[in-house]
Design a protein around this ligand. Structure first.
Ligand code: NAP
Ligand code: 12T
Length: 338
């Protein structure tokens, strides 16, 4: 089998770490793995297949001879370095929001719109959607195919790991400070996150939505290739380490019973239905953490409208929400296009 030179940009981060583990678990055909981060990380190593690999500083000439670059070092890094990488022949799979809405950049969830990958040739960049969008469209695409979605109202309950390593540390430190009756520090978020919920993810925009909310609105339409779908979102940070949960209300054109929806979702790629209320079974973040699937439950009629369903969708935001989805894109890329 052909092997590829792969670079992970942002290798020391929460997503980068998972990217390295995912390449190993899924036996991605790596010839050489290059790990890139900031100058702060030079001198450190990370393990891949039992080997210690040196972290190198990300520079303009880092991409010579690299076939595939998996980027998760922040939007400004991707804005600058994705075109530099692409110009040297490296295909970029970008985890940041920098390129997602560029019309010449495919925005891909393989279970939903794998075919869009073909447009990687336009800029040499493929975008990975936002974590909250990915799990929602994995569950909604098969229902959209069956009954056509008119409108989505989503509220999220997002884990701190979505913000990166510093936020995981902040929640842990705040919980310990409260437990030990010590003063608590708030650096990453605008307010205390321990024992709290913050209706504020990413920056506020002119329309009073947050960027995270508008990512869900715009990315969902692009991935489902349907600008007529109406989407409104409220994104909330909760004191959970791993796993985003979502309350999703969907209005369809046609009738779709909860049983029919469950039947469709049981066969859907990447989905696991966990929906047995009488046995207290429904998706939970603590169960989704460390798993690949998108879990769906609490499927029931929205009795306030003719063709509506409510559901609860949970996935590991670092796996399906980031690293796994990116590596799945790379797998399709090498299998079908390279
Ligand atoms: P993180 O834990 O804070 O890690 C950030 C990574 O970026 C580290 O490896 C860091 O290296 C590197 N980095 C920072 N500044 C750099 C620079 N100037 N040059 C080179 N590398 C630099 O964050 P994370 O959670 O892994 O997230 C990283 C990015 O991925 C986020 O900004 C976000 O855009 C994206 N993301 C996407 C999703 C998604 O929904 N698909 C989910 C989460 C995150 P050092 O260790 O050397 O500082
Ligand atoms: N601010 O990929 O804080 O656009 O959870 C993902 C996660 C941005 C992104 C977060 C964010 C993204 C977060």
């Amino acid at each position: 089998m052909k092997e590829y030179n792969v670079a992970v940009v942002g290798a020391t981060g929460a997503v980068g770490n998972e990217m390295i583990a995912t390449l190993e678990h899924r036996k991605f055909p790596v010839k050489k793995l290059t790990l890139l981060a900031s100058s702060r990380s030079v001198g450190k190593t990370l393990e891949y297949k039992g080997m210690d690999i040196d972290i190198e500083e990300l520079k303009e000439d880092s991409f010579k001879g690299i076939d595939i670059g998996l980027f998760s070092a922040g939007g400004s890094i991707s804005e600058k370095f994705a075109p530099i990488a692409a110009a040297s022949g490296c295909i970029v799979i970008d985890n940041t929001s920098a390129w997602r809405m560029d019309p010449d950049v495919p925005l891909v969830v393989p279970e939903v719109n794998e075919h869009a990958i073909k447009d990687y040739t336009k800029k040499g960049i493929i975008a990975n959607p936002n974590c909250s969008t990915i799990q929602m469209v994995v569950a909604l695409k098969p229902l959209h195919d069956a009954a056509k979605i008119k409108r989505i109202v989503v509220s999220t309950y997002q884990a701190v790991s979505g913000t990166g390593k510093k936020a995981i540390d902040e929640l842990e430190k705040q919980v310990l400070a409260i437990y030990n009756n010590k003063p608590l520090e708030t650096k990453v978020y605008a307010h205390q996150i321990a024992f709290n919920c913050l209706p504020h993810i990413d920056a506020f925009l002119e329309n009073d939505y947050t960027k995270e909310e508008m990512k869900m609105v715009n990315e969902t339409k692009k991935i489902l290739e349907d600008n007529n779908i109406q989407v409104t979102a409220t994104t909330v940070r909760v004191p959970v380490f791993y796993g985003h949960s979502e309350s999703v209300n969907v209005e369809f054109e046609k009738d779709l019973s909860p049983d029919a929806a469950r039947k469709i979702l049981k066969k859907a790629p990447g989905v696991k239905v966990v929906d047995n209320p009488s046995k207290k079974l429904y998706p939970l973040a603590i169960h989704a953490a460390g798993k690949d699937e998108t879990f769906v439950g609490r499927i029931r009629r929205d009795e306030s409208i003719p063709h509506g369903l409510n559901m609860w969708i949970v996935a590991d935001n670092i796996r399906k929400g980031a690293a796994l989805n990116a590596v799945q894109i790379a797998e399709v890329l090498i299998k079908k296009y390279l």
